[in-house]
Design a protein around this ligand. Structure first.
Ligand SMILES: Nc1ncnc2c1ncn2[C@@H]1O[C@H](COP(=O)(O)OP(=O)(O)OP(=O)(O)O)[C@@H](O)[C@H]1O
Ligand SMILES: [Mg+2]
Length: 222
């Protein structure tokens, strides 16, 4: 961690797909330790693209992204693996394994990142307690409501104590009441000290949000 507590630094970042589709243009912002930043923008504004640049699923066309001081653009495969272990990801394609229990889903994710066997159970239950689902640890995803399933996805992202939680449309398929519960949960996670960057196109969700907002319009911060 850098002295100034900057966890994520985005400097002059642009992304052009296939040499013609400009998805992001000259973005500059940072996220500090313990901050909760909402990234708002309508469909196609570039939110998911930005998330994918941070995790290095895509490379920026120009500019620099640093996570905990490390430039992600110069990372090799091992560095990228280490980078992703530092991040908690709540992405739309990050569904639960249908044939594994709540507990096993989280334990599996921890195992993949090389967590020690002895610690896995403790970490799983701590994360489930945080999202209020410790009592559903032996349920299969099909036995959980959509909102509960999303809480398990969030617990899975939290289990490894990430330095930054990246959430891309975490309330995407949920109705508004369940969505506001999920947003409250992120607020609680943040109060426990985890920095969060949360992307949404839902202007209603963003209403009354007490933390910093970054607004993307056509790939630019407005
Ligand atoms: N792999 C790709 N190849 C070409 N263009 C892409 C690719 N991925 C995204 N884009 C384009 O980049 C722009 C930003 O897309 P992105 O998915 O980042 O938006 P978004 O803000 O996440 O939108 P949504 O709210 O719909 O999820 C869009 O114009 C999209 O068509
Ligand atoms: Mg998106």
């Amino acid at each position: 961690m850098k002295e100034d507590g900057v966890i994520l630094e985005v400097s002059g970042v642009s992304k052009i797909y296939d040499r013609k589709w400009v998805a992001l243009r000259d973005l500059n912002f940072h996220v500090r330790r313990g901050e909760f930043v909402l990234l708002v923008g309508s469909c196609g504004a570039g939110k998911t693209t930005l998330m994918r640049l941070i995790t290095r699923e895509e490379s920026a066309t120009a500019g620099t992204i640093r996570v905990a001081g490390e430039d992600v653009s110069t990372m090799d495969r091992r560095d990228i693996f280490r980078l992703r272990r530092k991040l908690g990801l709540v992405f739309q394609d990050g569904k639960l394994l249908k044939d594994r229990t709540t507990f096993e889903n989280i334990a599996f994710a921890l195992k993949v990142t090389g967590a020690r066997k002895k610690e896995i159970s403790k970490k799983v239950m701590r994360a489930l307690t945080m999202v209020g689902l410790a009592h559903k640890s032996s349920c299969l995803p099909g036995q959980l409501s959509a909102g509960e399933q999303q809480r398990v996805v969030i617990a899975r992202a939290l289990a490894n104590k990430p330095i930054l939680l990246l959430a891309d449309e975490p309330t995407g398929n949920l109705d508004s009441e369940v969505s506001s519960g999920i947003l409250d949960l992120f607020g609680k996670i943040n109060r426990f000290g985890t920095a969060i960057l949360l992307a949404t196109h839902d202007a209603n969700l963003a209403k009354g949000f007490p933390h910093r907002r970054i607004e993307l319009v056509d790939g630019q911060i407005s």
